[in-house]
Design a protein around this ligand. Structure first.
Ligand SMILES: Cc1cc2nc3c(=O)[nH]c(=O)nc-3n(C[C@H](O)[C@H](O)[C@H](O)COP(=O)(O)OP(=O)(O)OC[C@H]3O[C@@H](n4cnc5c(N)ncnc54)[C@H](O)[C@@H]3O)c2cc1C
Length: 580
């Protein structure tokens, strides 16, 4: 068992494959499997009976509150609330699997449940005091209280530090004033995790998280937003006008709200990941059925290579997302504390795979795909937001690269600080240099060291493992080069960070798939795991090609030209080469 504070990706950036974090692949216990099968079976029954309604509610732009009552009766708002408070006490794996099932039926329903459990009340789960939990959990579990997460404001989305909502202490109360924007469940939620400014140091704001309830005077919401997708879900502004919040409703520590917000988003990511998997499974089902039935040139379109190619890619993407989300859920459930990078990878990969699948499924359906009578256009519209909310994929790519490289960065810093030490105390200095070199240069030069290889994988996985190990050595070398070149200025080098993030995303996903396929071969033998081994072969070649391309651009690229061209367009506010 690996140390609970290890991060697979931070170690990988130093060239270390901490395989005990990912192997063996997590499995469901028989009891958990049975509970889930029961829940999912009845959930399917409930949601299937509303298939036609979901289409209507999308057109209408709203779901009726009577339907939300049915979700409450089912217990869907108590999924992650501990059993002692009346919830189902699901761990992250079971929660992700349930959201997956909901998303197969309708993304608006999935986001309504997800906004409550993944982010709305998760702060209470992670940071709540026993009194706060006792006070709110029983009513959150039944859905008497529905939760929302209120961070975004008109001037503050990605840049959470720019929020203007203020909280001023008066006696033993805080007085909150401000406007929150695009809050999911805002129209009917009566429990809000609200983030407000409670001070600043040298211009840097301090945020604090508060539990705000609808019955506090001064809480209101604006009208239902008219949106591109997730149209039936409630998205509104939430307005706070001199809302008096008791001190007892501070969530976590005063001035530590940024940490609370990040912990909520990291911990809730498997909900969104589960939703992406559900969407992809539904798209595969719809597009294979369509391709089997649709004939052109006297043949079903399933016989054409260009249609097969799309479906095969959708299957690979779905399998890989599932492996990644299940792995992240298991990191959380096994008590790992440093999983933020891996969770961010699952969000970026899963949401982009879903978007790509929705686009390709619509293409397979041709003109019908574009028609509202068919489900494809709705699924495409619904999928789009996932790349924007809960951290845009751009911000998350920067986060992945910079956070995963942080440990290497600190070592480099330690090394440079020890330059004086090298002269004062050559032996001590050499020790530091040697340990750094062993971790990086030695690895890159191919010196055999522990943790530079997978051990114990089944023989048919050796090729995938070799590609992974080779790319890991290159990653460690590239991280080292980039950090030596840019130092702390790497923060402003977004092209370089994005490239490294893309390599890291590919490698983590490949590692999760290696782990999953290895478990399958171990459990059922090579022959019965044949198709999964083929999925691994396809993914391995794709990852190998993509990372090779990205590595080739680390030192020689067109970054400056691209930046210059973008600056030209910004200055012109348009395109400069119209022929007329
Ligand atoms: C349907 C819907 C539901 C939502 N639900 C909620 C909710 O329940 N609670 C809540 O608090 N919020 C919610 N949001 C808000 C959502 O989280 C934000 O829209 C998101 O964080 C992005 O912020 P923004 O829209 O202000 O974009 P901006 O931050 O303005 O970003 C605009 C673009 O610039 C890029 N960008 C910004 N800064 C950088 C940078 N430093 N480097 C590189 N690129 C950058 C972004 O990636 C993006 O492409 C919801 C939004 C929608 C549309």
């Amino acid at each position: 068992m690996a140390d609970a504070d290890l991060s697979f990706m931070s170690s990988l950036c130093m060239g270390l494959i901490e395989e005990s974090i990912l192997l063996p692949y997590p499995t469901l216990s028989p009891e958990r499997r049975e509970t889930l099968q029961g829940v999912i079976g009845s959930l399917d029954q409930l949601l299937s009976s509303h298939a036609e309604d979901f289409r209507k509610w999308d057109r209408a732009g709203e779901m009726p509150l009577e339907f939300v009552e049915q979700l409450k009766d089912f217990g869907l708002f108590g999924l992650v609330i501990p059993e002692e408070y009346g919830g189902l006490g699901f761990d992250s794996a079971s929660y992700a699997r349930t959201l997956q099932e909901i998303a197969k039926h309708d993304a608006s329903v999935a986001v309504t449940v997800g906004a409550h459990s993944s982010i709305g009340m998760r702060g209470l789960l992670l940071f709540g005091t026993p009194e706060q939990k006792q006070r709110y959990f029983p009513r959150l579990a039944t859905g008497e209280l529905l939760a929302a997460f209120a961070l975004t404001e008109p001037g503050a989305g990605s840049d959470a530090a720019a929020i203007r909502t203020s909280a001023v202490k008066q006696g033993d109360e805080w007085v909150l004033n401000g406007d929150k924007l695009w809050i999911t469940n805002g129209g009917f939620a009566n429990f809000f995790t609200v983030f407000a400014r409670t001070g600043e140091t040298e211009g840097r704001p301090h945020l604090t998280a508060f539990i705000v309830t609808r019955d506090m005077p001064g809480v209101s919401n604006g009208p239902h937003e008219d949106k591109m997708g997730l149209r039936a879900s409630s998205t509104t502004t939430v307005l706070l006008d001199n809302v008096r919040v008791p001190e007892a409703n501070v969530l976590g520590e005063v001035n530590k709200g940024f940490k609370v917000a990040m912990a909520i988003l990291n911990s809730g990511r498997t909900g969104l990941g589960g939703g992406a998997i559900g969407g992809m499974k539904k798209l595969i089902q719809l597009s294979t059925k369509y391709a089997n039935e649709r004939h052109t040139f006297g043949k079903p379109i399933k016989d054409y290579g260009l249609v097969k190619m799309k479906v095969a890619q959708m299957v690979v993407d779905c399998y890989a997302t599932e492996a990644t989300v299940e792995m992240v859920a298991s990191l959380i459930d096994r008590g790992f504390t440093d999983y933020a990078v891996e969770a961010a990878i699952s969000k970026v990969y899963g949401t982009e795979a879903l978007w790509h699948s929705a686009d390709e499924a619509l293409q397979i359906a041709g003109g019908n795909g574009y028609m509202c009578e068919f489900p494809f256009e709705r699924m495409l519209r619904d999928a789009r937001i996932n790349r924007i909310f809960e951290g845009t994929n751009e911000i998350l790519r920067l986060f992945i690269a910079l956070t995963a490289m942080n440990d290497v960065g600190s070592q480099l810093q330690e090394l440079s600080q020890s330059v004086r030490g090298i002269f004062d105390d050559p032996i001590k200095g050499f020790g530091l240099m040697r340990s750094y070199a062993l971790k990086h240069v030695g690895l890159v030069a191919g010196i055999a060291r522990p943790k530079s290889r997978f051990t114990g994988l089944e023989p048919p996985l050796s090729e995938a493992a070799a590609v992974f190990e080779g790319a890991t050595r290159h990653l460690a070398a590239a991280v080292d080069r980039v950090l030596r070149k840019h130092g702390k200025h790497i923060i402003g080098k977004q092209f370089a960070s994005r490239r490294l993030a893309n390599i890291m995303i590919d490698l983590f996903v490949l590692a999760c798939v290696i782990s999953r396929v290895d478990a399958s071969v171990k459990a059922q033998g090579e022959e019965r795991a044949r198709k999964e081994l083929e999925i691994l072969t396809i993914l391995t070649s794709q990852v190998e090609r993509r990372v090779r391309h990205n590595f080739s651009l680390v030192d020689i690229n067109d970054d400056e030209l691209l930046k210059g061209l973008a600056d030209h367009a910004f200055a012109a506010e348009g395109y400069s080469w119209d022929n007329l």
